[in-house]
Design a protein around this ligand. Structure first.
Ligand code: AMP
Ligand code: MN
Ligand code: MN
Ligand code: MN
Length: 288
């Protein structure tokens, strides 16, 4: 049975598993096409392809780029998933390496602010991780381990989220820059988890308008724990805007059972023809 999961993370960003462990878990759970979409990073792909070679699993090149969207008076962090792009494209690689650098600076800044609040050791903790794209999720893990937060939700609510006590700079490129880099590398740019930005309906429409205007070509329509009404709405939005529809669990760790690999609602039948697996570039992968 065809079962794609086109959004997942390894420990090279903020996931819990190595690329090999992720691929094995995906195959065990019946996933047939897997994209690893580490934050601002494609480095898991080589190891994942090697692990997938002996399994009934096709690797789809992927990444999830953090971008900054100016909406009214505030900046929003919007995630753009790239699929099918060339991992060796020089322009895309330069953008990803730059974002990895910004991520290290961001963690250093968060560590500095936490030190000011009497919480020491964040930088040392992150330095011990086998990770290329450090982020707030790692800082949240540290805060939980040290008893300063009771859960991820709590850590984001009290410290790391938009209303949290820390000021978290988000110096990412804008959406157009990320979309251009993905397209120039031969990929398709997908707006990740559109209903997770806590935007009003009008703002969300504005985001999707701008995303499509600057060359974005797909929406994530089905993802973990998605309300069926929202899925229906996103399927309609993809259809009316001529965008591709993608699906992905956004798996980070086996502990979050409701986001496990392949655990997704199918696209509505009338949306299926828009699915990214019908994209003209998709089959060439099988020949590679
Ligand atoms: P960063 O990459 O540093 O911008 O951190 C964003 C990541 O943190 C997301 O990809 C999620 O994995 C995680 N995250 C963001 N908000 C929350 C939240 N409220 N609860 C748990 N995890 C979150
Ligand atoms: Mn994440
Ligand atoms: Mn995301
Ligand atoms: Mn993600």
């Amino acid at each position: 049975m065809f079962r794609p999961d086109l959004h997942s993370h390894t420990r090279l960003s903020d996931g819990a598993l190595s690329p090999t462990a992720l691929v094995n878990r995906a195959a065990e759970r019946g996933v047939t096409h897997l994209a690893i979409t580490d934050h601002d990073c494609m480095d898991a792909l080589d190891e994942a392809r090697e692990a997938a070679a002996s399994l009934d699993l096709v690797m789809i090149p992927g990444t999830e780029i953090s971008t900054c969207w100016r909406s009214g008076q505030t900046d929003r962090e919007i995630h753009i998933v790239g699929l099918l792009q060339d991992q060796h494209d020089a322009g895309l690689d330069a953008l990803l390496r730059h974002h990895q650098h910004l991520r290290r600076e961001r963690v250093a800044e968060l560590a500095r602010q936490l030190r000011g609040k009497g919480i020491d050791g964040v930088q040392q903790y992150v330095d011990t991780l086998d990770c290329i794209s450090a982020g707030r999720n790692h800082v949240a893990d540290f805060l939980i381990q040290q008893g300063h937060a009771s859960s991820k939700q709590d850590a984001f609510k009290r410290f790391l989220g938009r209303q949290g006590r820390l000021n978290t700079p988000a110096p990412w490129c804008d959406m157009a820059t990320a979309i251009d880099a993905i397209r120039s590398a031969g990929g398709i740019a997908i707006l990740a988890h559109p209903d997770r930005y806590r935007l009003g309906k009008r703002q969300l429409r504005g985001l999707m308008d701008e995303f499509a205007d600057v060359g974005g070509s797909g929406l994530e329509v089905s993802y973990s724990n998605l309300n069926p009404d929202v899925l229906r709405y996103l399927a309609e939005q993809a259809d009316s805007r001529g965008l591709w529809a993608s699906v992905g669990s956004d798996f980070h760790t086996p502990e979050t059972t409701w986001m496990d690999l392949g655990r997704l609602r199918q696209l509505p039948a009338d949306c299926e023809p828009r699915a990214v697996w019908h994209h003209p570039d998709w089959p060439s992968l099988n020949a590679a």
